[in-house]
Design a protein around this ligand. Structure first.
Ligand code: GAF
Length: 391
């Protein structure tokens, strides 16, 4: 009953076919992919150097392509978007101007990754992109594109870094070329994701602890609200600034270093909004550590309760939810067999993630369809491997 999505091999086959059509029947030398992610808990904590608990998805971005002898780059995307051309051509010149952000906007991720690639100069290439990660759905379509492209470049000319520095380079691409001051979560899990595991990532030390998540009696259901409110872009940067302001008043390097007691101690020096933002972040970091512990013990009721607390805090204190996400979470929690549900990702639309008993999957989907005022899309997912080369 849940939405079916293309497998990695189907997607790669489609990308190879398109490559042949566009480039005169040639076959690409290289094929790679990188996954999107769903964050189970730990929202808006990564840029506060706290903890997050995402998992990589079976939804991926595939890049197929070949090196060319010159400096010409041609990239074609198979993704449907009537507003933007599907093909971009540019020439890699000695200065950075050829990689300046522009239109089409999807190509900025490619340019950003070339710009931050750890083994310059990059030579010319032609490539085709295909993705099963819904665009702008809060499942990290952009990080999966960045990481897939970085992985593609590594096949053309190996770089000198480890996996963490690869994630950091892709995060920089997002900062400079998409102008989103994101944290490290999405790129990190897209590079380092592990099959059958979520990752507890310490966003300060950049160390990750895999947490087993492969219970056949348990389902991770993603529900796409299929709405994206325009606030998403601008409000993200505003939240970051509010957190930095709170940390400065607290006299701490980041909100990771503050406790609830610290926060109460400076309450009279914080305006109400800044207080609420900091309250969410400090509480969410605690919840994430507790949730990872609950997951290790297979204490799903406890985990689910923390998911709902996280959602309520994002709705009321951090104010990044919206009526559609609230509706989906409330409806999911009405179904017997559901442990917990919450919005996932940056917010203002996109997806919810729900943890439930496998046997309750069909009735949960039916109930959400019935109760949601919009048209949802469902994905029953399992934790998957990070970026990889395809044979
Ligand atoms: C977006 C960002 F890209 C992440 O870094 C993270 O901050 C997330 O929003 C919120 O937790 O996905």
């Amino acid at each position: 009953m849940a939405s079916s999505f293309s497998s990695v091999s189907e997607l790669a086959a489609a990308a190879r076919r398109l490559y042949g059509q566009v480039f005169g029947g040639e076959s690409p030398q290289v094929a790679v992919c990188a996954p999107g992610r769903v964050n189970l808990i730990g929202e808006h904590t990564d840029y506060n150097l706290g903890f997050v608990l995402p998992m990589a998805l079976p939804l991926v971005t595939v890049v197929v392509g070949s090196q060319t002898s010159g400096q010409d780059v041609t990239v074609v995307t198979a993704t449907e978007d009537a507003d933007e051309p599907h093909r971009v051509d540019f020439i890699l010149s000695g200065d950075a101007s050829s990689l300046s952000p522009g239109l089409p906007s999807w190509a900025n991720y490619v340019k950003g990754v070339i710009h931050h690639y750890r083994a310059p100069p990059v030579s010319g290439f032609k490539a085709v992109i295909a993705s099963s990660v819904p665009l702008g759905g809060g499942l990290s379509s952009s990080a999966s594109l960045e990481v897939a492209f970085y992985t593609f470049l590594q096949q053309l000319k190996p770089d000198d870094g480890d996996k963490v520095s690869k994630a950091v380079a892709c995060q920089k691409a997002e900062h400079t070329h998409a102008h989103v001051p994101c944290g490290i979560m999405d790129q990190f899990v897209s590079v380092l994701g592990r099959e059958r595991h979520a990752l507890l990532i310490d966003c300060r030390s950049l160390e990750a602890t895999p947490v087993p998540l492969a219970d056949p009696g348990l389902v991770i259901l993603i529900t796409n609200s299929n709405v994206k409110h325009s606030l998403a872009g601008s409000e993200y940067a505003v939240r970051r600034e509010q957190c930095e302001k709170a940390a400065a008043i607290l006299g701490k390097p980041s909100l990771r270093d503050a406790t609830m007691k610290d926060l109460e101690g400076v309450r009279d020096r914080l305006d109400e909004v800044t207080y609420q933002r900091a309250h969410h972040v400090i509480g969410e970091i605690e919840r994430t550590i507790q949730a990872a512990d609950a997951l290790k013990r297979a204490a799903y009721e406890e985990f689910g309760k923390l998911m709902v607390e996280s959602h309520n805090s994002l709705r009321d204190l951090y104010e990044v939810s919206c009526k559609e996400l609230d509706e989906l979470v409330a409806a999911a929690m009405e179904v017997e067999g559901v442990f917990g549900s919450r919005m996932t990702g940056g917010g203002f639309g996109g997806c919810t993630v729900t943890l439930l008993q496998a046997q309750a999957t069909d009735k949960t989907i039916l109930h959400l369809k019935e109760r949601y005022s919009g048209t949802p899309t469902f994905y029953v997912t399992t934790p998957s491997e990070g970026a990889r080369v395809l044979s």
